[in-house]
Design a protein around this ligand. Structure first.
Ligand SMILES: [Cu+2]
Length: 340
């Protein structure tokens, strides 16, 4: 992750330099923004830029279902987890509502902000044979990102994503558990990181005929520790996709996504890692590889020109987790976007 930090710092520092190159290239074979597949599959954030003076409002709904535990690449039964811990998580559902706004003050720069509202539940079994559910909901960490176009030509675009996540999400969420009433919940049930996080990235888009494609690499680098004494692990993800434009209004896509998440540095002293694996800062990391299938729809003309709706389904095909840790079974993303 140190290396990735250096990579991010380089990206941030070259952004204004490379920008000077972006004017004028390939005006005859420009990238067509008004086609359904000009936006990436809806699970990809910060995938596109806008023309000067354009606004976009968006809403995304994400649902993630996690069932059963895994350690490394193999499943671990609830009974096995309970042989080591008093409590085992069995299932977690996460819903996220994401409100987004984009505005481009210039063709080469688009500003983006995303506000997440999160709703989570976690089900558990205890060694004594009981079961219980905890829940948490509220505002997550708000993100501000600048998208700087560094290349446009021959139906291709490249932009740099330079973002920051502010700690607006609560890290002191509490609920009742068998250990007591109103206890601080373990790490995965908290709504924010509690730290200022840097979000560097680079995005590539291409089109030719009815086919389009793209790739994006992203980091999430935590700075310092939060006031509960820890920082979440850094994250890195890389994704690439291809889409086929069926008509002026519809396209479908296939996507691959790799994500790597580190373990937690430090620890929240209010949690007991001997009790339940979700309270162990060393059991949060892992890597996963997902395959996604998506549909994009666009209103190409008329009163609602620029209105988009999209859906994507992602299924993990490989997960290697520092466990026991809940594994992801499926992710759904639905979105609506309107630019004007
Ligand atoms: Cu947009």
């Amino acid at each position: 992750m140190k290396l990735f930090g250096i990579f991010a710092a380089v990206l941030l520092s070259v952004a204004p330099l490379v920008q000077a190159d972006s004017g004028g290239a390939g005006a005859d074979r420009h990238y067509h923004a008004l086609r359904p597949d000009a936006h990436a599959p809806i699970g990809v954030m910060g995938d596109h830029t806008h023309g000067e003076g354009e606004f976009m409002l968006s809403y995304r709904y994400m649902f993630m279902n996690m069932q059963g535990n895994r350690s490394g690449t193999s499943g671990v039964s609830t009974a096995e987890v309970l042989s080591q811990y008093m409590v085992s998580p069995t299932e977690m559902d996460m819903e996220m509502h994401m409100l987004g706004m984009m505005y481009a003050p210039a063709d080469w720069f688009t500003f983006m902000t995303m506000v997440p509202i999160i709703d989570m539940t976690m089900d558990h079994k205890t060694r004594m044979g009981g079961s219980f559910r905890t829940s948490s909901s509220g505002l997550g960490d708000i993100r501000f990102t600048g998208l700087t176009r560094v290349y446009e030509g021959s139906g291709q675009r490249v932009h740099l994503n330079t973002g920051v996540s502010v700690p607006s999400g609560d890290t002191d969420v509490r609920d009742d558990t068998p250990a007591g009433a109103d206890m601080v919940l373990p790490y995965p049930m908290q709504l924010g990181s509690g730290t200022v996080d840097l979000l560097p990235g680079i995005t590539y888009l291409g089109q030719s005929g009815r086919i389009s494609w793209g790739a994006q690499a992203n980091g999430n680098i935590r700075t310092g520790r939060n006031d509960d004494g820890y920082s979440l692990g850094d994250e890195f993800s890389g994704t690439f996709w291809a889409a086929y434009q069926m008509s002026d209004a519809a396209s479908f896509s296939f996507r691959n996504e790799y994500t790597n998440r580190g373990n937690i540095d430090g620890a929240d002293s209010r949690l007991n890692p001997m009790m339940v694996p979700t309270a162990d800062p060393g059991l949060r990391g892992g890597e996963s590889y997902r395959f996604g299938f998506g549909l994009n729809f666009l209103v190409p003309e008329g009163a609602l020109k620029g209105m988009r709706v999209a859906a994507e389904y992602l299924v993990p095909v490989y997960q290697d987790l520092d466990g026991p840790q809940l594994e992801t079974d499926a992710v759904w993303v639905f979105g609506a976007q309107y630019s004007f």
